[in-house]
Structure formats: C-alpha cells, structure tokens
Design a protein around this ligand. Sequence first.
Ligand code: PLP
Length: 481
Amino acid sequence: MDPQSFKEFSAEMTNFITNYLENIRDRRVLPTVEPGYLMPLLPTEAPQSPENWEEVMADIERVIMPGITHWHSPRFHAYFPTAQSYPGIVADMLSGAIACIGFTWIASPACTELEVIMLDWLGKMLDLPPVFLSSGGGKGGGVIQGTASEATLVALLGAKAKMLKKVKDQHPEWTDNEIVGKLVAYGSCQAHSSVERAGLLGGVRFRLLDVDAKYRLRGNTLADAIREDKEKGLIPFYVVATLGTTSSCAFDNLEEIGAVTTREQIWLHVDAAYAGSAFICPEFRYLMKGVELAESFNFNPHKWMLVTFDCSAMWLKDPTWVVNAFNVDPLYLKHDAQGCSLPDYRHWQIPLGRRFRALKLWFVIRLYGVQNLQKYIRKHVAQAHEFEALVLSDPRFEIVSEVIVGLVCFRLKASNDVNEAFLKRINGAGYIHLVPSKIKDTYFLRLAVCSRLSESIDIQNSWKEIKLRADEVLAEQPNSK
Ligand code: PLP
C-alpha cells in the first residue's frame, strides 16, 4: 500500500468508525447469524494478487458486521464493560505504526519509560500507597499486563518463588518438589475463574473459601482455613482478594484479610479487575481499605477507564520476586543499561513481546483529564442506581445483592426455571443483552452499565424491554390467570 492510499484508507476508516459508534443504537445488539455463517461469504483461498482497499472496506458491513455483538451499544449489559474511546483508538494507531517490541529498555526507551510514568500517574489517581510506586522511594513499581488473569498468575509465581526460598532456607534438606507439593493458595468461591486457573497453571493447590451473606470473603474464614492447612503440614503462600467479584460485584474485606496475611507472612494479591477504576473517585476508596497490606494490586483500565483492550495495570511492592522467578538472560537480550533504575519489563510478565500500551493510558488520561474520568465513573454508578430503583418499583422483581458500583443483580420473584426462561426471552429478542449468574443455587440476571455512550434514557429503555419480556414470561406460567 502506498502512502497516499494509506491516507485515503485510514480517512475512510475514521469515517466508518465514527458513524459506527455514533449510530450504534440503531443496530441489534446481538447478531442473528448461525455458527459457520462466515465460510460461505469468503473465498476458500487467499487472493494471489492485491485487491484494492475500497473492496476491503465494502466487505466490513457485508461480512464482518453481521457477526458482531455490539459491546459498545448502550443496550449491551452483559459481563462487565470493556473500555473504548476515541483517544484510545488513536493511541493504538500510533502503537501500530511504531510497532516496537518493548521487552527491554533499549528495545524502545520511550516504551518502558512512559509505562513507568503512567503507572505512577495512575497509582496516584487511585491514591495507592507510595510503596507501590516507582517514585515511592522503595522497590515498588507498576507494569501493564495484557489481562487480569496474567496479573494473578504472575503474582502467584512471585509468591511461589518467595515461599520456596523461605522454606528452603529453613529446610535445606527438602527438595523443591516436596515444598511445591505442600503449597496452598486461597481465594473466595466468588473469585473469577482465572484465579483458580492460576493455581492450575502454577501447579499448586488452590482453595476457594466460603463467603458471608454479602458474598464477601472475611478474615476469619481465611484464618480458619490457614490454621487447618498448617495442621495438615501444608504451606499457605498466596491469597487473592477480589474487589468487585464477577458474579455480583461483591468486595472482599481487604482489611481483615490483610491482617491475616500480614500475621502469616503470606503474599496478598488484590484482583480489582472491573471495580478498580472506581477508586479514581475518593468516595469509593473505602472499598479498598487495607490495600497497604497487599503485595500486589491489579485492575483493568481496559474494563472501565476508557482505555481500549488490552491494558491491565499491576503494581508490586517488591517486583524482585517476580523478576527473579522469570529471569532467563540470553546474550541477545542483554544491553549496556541493564541493571539501571529502569525495568526490563520482559522479566515482569509471561511473554517476551509487548506492545506500546502506555500510549493508550497517556492519550486517554490527557485528553479526558482525571475530572472527566471521575465524572464518567460516577455517571455509570448513578445509572446503575437508577436501574435499581426501577427494579424496586415493580413488586414482581427483587434485587439480589447490594448495588455498589455499576452492576445490578436482580431476578423475578419466581423459580430459577422461570428466571432462566425470562433471560432466554430477553436475549432471544436481541434488543438488549444480559448474562446470568448463580450464587448458592439462586439464579439471577446481571445488568452492567457498560457503554461509554450510555445515558439515562438508555437505562429506561432497557427497563421497558425487561418489563415487556417479564410480562410475556409470567403470562405463560400455569397459574398466571
Ligand atoms: N477478575 C475479575 C474480578 C473479573 O471480573 C475478570 C473479568 O471479568 C477477570 C478477573 C479476568 O479479566 P481479564 O480478561 O483481564 O483476564
């Protein structure tokens, strides 16, 4: 592609993107295609000679859009939000053009240095204790991981390395395998599946502990589990506390959990994947009380802070455990500035390669400003409470868990089967999209405020649709007449 064609193609794409996003309400949120829809629309072989960009452009609406679930529609309420914004999109364009692989400082000094500075900006925006920051005067620092799942695994591997060293010092006669066989990690039964998976990938036992009536992991439950396991000769080494669980957005009691992990000298990792963005607003920081007791903290600006996927921010009080756990140092990756005060991020993560993701944070934070990012969070939370009030205004419905930030868990006051049929009808109609969850045998629906474009009127429209589908499903029940 010659430079002139690139300018024309990208200008046309910019138009397409703007039209797509500004008119996204006109599209059905869920696609109607069947599995395998794409095969008949494309040739079976790659083209031998070049096509022109106009042909590619024309195929986006014909081939791609029918198979898109519109995550940025204000009527998309499934899972948790995934972020997106114009500054984030433009930053990814630049990242694509520079296309460096920033695994060491010399591999692109700006890539490393901007990441260090952005993680400090962001840490300060959350009011994280200075020990987590590279400017905090200690060993602390931040890194951008691809996902929260990677952050949980990286922290687990750091904790494993730390405990192995400690136990080896006490019992030099024990082999690594003997020690690893005794290690045990903990999280709540409400923790994201990636937490349990980190245990599987890390080759250690993982215990998922019971929660209280508000679906929170409490300090006593953890303390009891640790005592039981130590009596069995096991070695507790890692705890994941979740701030904002996936099922119901519950917040584990970090202060209580941190008191236990501090007493027991166990690594505490905080998974605040979704809800962490709310901590840029001072009024939500009570939910992370006790964060100073954690060894590592993670949240996803790519979920709720307008930074396009992937951007998962992780801070470590002492990254040397992670760095040492992953340190393989071939000659071709060595450089003269190695060991300077700036990190070689290849040691902080699982892959070697890494994109220039700090650009997205830099563009978004500068072009919104912290105040507008706070406004954005507050607007979503207000819309969640607006929806909660609508649910409470209809005696056929109940709220299942406390609405704290942008997620509302609700159900019809009816059996699980009726609620399943209700959700099937909502998603079948395709006007809005929700996903369910189940805690302790209670099936419920989750409505997350997701879209950057979401306004109060969208919430009211989603509620109208929900009421309509409830009318239909309840009318079909045998004793409805
Ligand atoms: N932790 C929590 C609490 C989540 O809600 C999620 C995803 O929604 C994850 C972890 C996984 O996030 P990621 O896709 O960034 O790995």
